[in-house]
Each structure stands twice: as structure tokens, then as C-alpha cells.
Design a protein around this ligand. Sequence first.
Ligand SMILES: [Zn+2]
Ligand SMILES: [Zn+2]
Length: 189
Amino acid sequence: MIAIVPIGEVPGDVLSFLQTNLSGFYARYRIEVRVIGSLSLNAFSHAFDMYRGQFLGRAFLPALSLVKRDFKALAVLGVVDVDLYEPGLNFIFGIAHPGFGAALISLYRLYPEFYGDPPDRKLLKERALKEAMHELGHVFGLEHCPNPKCVMHFSNSIIDTDMKSWMYCESCLRKLEERISRSHVRSGT
Ligand SMILES: [Zn+2]
Ligand SMILES: [Zn+2]
């Protein structure tokens, strides 16, 4: 099972879009995707940098890893609607750590409004799905892919995100399959 865990206020329509589409994809590996529990943003006040007005992305991963353990999940995807950063970077769309089996994505910079464009819920959801597929790819050990259409291509800006598809290319898909079949064996599920 892959667990989607909203942290703080996260729009329900985006969560259910992610759940439906990730389920649709991971069904081929017989992996369920469920939205489970939720974490309070208050638990991460230590991660908030008041000068930057952003949360440190990596600070969420240990707590997500505990959720993974408690629910015996194969992977956990946290979703926040606040801005994230990592040291040396102005912002991040998301972060993942294979060792923790956990990933985190932020919707904050996926809203067309953020860039001065008119609101577009469909576009927001597509972007969120791409970030989710990308970070889950990292959780399963995939690296960045040179193919600009592949969802594992690195997004430096929202333009890169909009350029790529939400799917893994043939080569990343093969690697993913390999990694997932190995982790199934490890966890005995
Ligand atoms: Zn990446
Ligand atoms: Zn690829």
C-alpha cells in the first residue's frame, strides 16, 4: 500500500485526484493507494523559517516514515499546501528519501495563480500528479532522467513541469518495475 498523508489544510479534490490516478497506475503492481490519516502542520513548527516564510522540506520525512511503519505501507507520500525549501535552494516542489520510504510534495507553487495566471483546477491537479509520480519514483530508487517528457526529468521551474508528461519513460518504467518487485520481496507483501 502507498499512503497519501495530507499535512495541514490540503484541498480534498486534489487529494482524491492523486488517489484515483496513482491507484490507476500502481494497480499494475497490485499496490493500493489510500489517503490515510492526516498530520497537523503544528507538529512541524520547528521546520518553519520565519525569515524565508518557508518550511524545511526534509524535516517532514522522519514523521512520514513513522506513518509508513505504523500502517506497514510500502511508501508514504506527504502533501502540503505550504512553501518548501532546502538549504541552497530558493524553493523545492518536493523531496524524497528512499531510506525513509517517504516523499513530500507541495502544492504551493503548482497553482496557476502563483504565476499570475487565471485559476485552473485541472492544471493544478495535473501538476500535483506529476510531482507525486516524480517523488514516488525517487522513493523507489529512480534518478533524474534526461528525457524531458519523462516524469523523472528534473523540474527547475513550473515550465519544466508543464513540459513533461505524468508518466515514466520506458527505461524508467523498467527500473521502477525492478525496484518494486525487489521491495515487495523485502517487505514480504
Ligand atoms: Zn527529482
Ligand atoms: Zn525516464
